[in-house]
Write a protein that binds this ligand. Sequence first.
Ligand SMILES: [Zn+2]
Length: 394
Amino acid sequence: MITGDAAYIKKINRSLIIKEIVKAGMISRADISKVTDLTRATISAQVADLLDEGLIIETQLEHFSVGRKPIMLSLNSHAGYALGIDLDYGQISFTLSDLLGHPVTSTIIKINTTDYAEILHILVEQIKKYKAEYTDSHYGIVGIVIAIHGLVGKDEVVHFVPRLGWEDIHLKTDLENEIDIDVYLENNANLSSFAERVFFHHETDNLLCATLYSGIGMGMMMKNDFFRGHDGFAGEIGHMIVVPEGRPCNCGNKGCWEKYASESSIFEYLSEKRQMKNLSYEDIQKWLDEGDQEVHEQLEQLLYYLSVGLNNMINIYNPDVLVLDSELLRMYPDALDKIKRNLHSSISHYRELSISSIGKKSCVLGACALAIKHFLGVPMLNLPFEQQENETVS
Ligand SMILES: [Zn+2]
């Protein structure tokens, strides 16, 4: 008979073994024993279970010069699929990934409503479609994580989404009543920081990620977990005042950071100044290529105010790795060096400052990765980054 303690230890060992298999990509039983300090007998028993469940597969290595060809273990990446959803204003992005976080297919649905019932209906329909399509794999869809551009409490209730005008919405419960799959809700900036940790910055346990798109969001990973604050609302850094009595913000204050350093601040300014409604990144790239002085000045100003706020963030949090998620920074020459030159305080300490290599998709890929983490029951994931999928827009 397995006692409570034995069952718990079995679960912990299982999690350790899965974690090492995912981290290594391919690993032998003997090497798992070396890195985990678990006995060969424990590993054999657990591995036999995982093989039975179809969660891992064995591969015999060819071309092995001396001795026995080792049998390697790896995750069966197509045993199931994770569904990440980015619920943004104006559009919902769906990405389905395999169990190693590789995107398999993506769909973007444009929406012209903020009505909760209508959006819930779209979500349910789309999820049911994916579920029916991927029912053939061993586990089907193993979990759904939805990125919310607003405040999600520790209770996973959506407390406030400014652009959708939603307050106290029970989206998780409403979805789980309709669909027989686990649903998790998470703030979009948290998911971007999670993606940075899972796909790129494997060696840190202290990572801050600032997303600079519509406003400024901050996600933070500390010791394999999100830093959430008391209610789960930590990271609303965009409303830190950087210019006293400055530009009015819809939060009720003046001079908030995101009115000066977010991409939307530049887009709003230029589209008003140049009387162009739907300004795109391509327009800004074109102006930069042409040497447009006003656009250059605007971006220099953004870099300046970005550095002001980053200096504050670094002093508050002392992060190890700080990632900036912004398409404009990716296209503006020397953006990173210019920011670093502005961060010259002898007090501010960080090890690495970088611009996201994932870009706008970080939030939806972080959502897939979080669903995988929940399914595998591991404390953290280290996954390779690969971006290949078919995308449809409707
Ligand atoms: Zn504000």
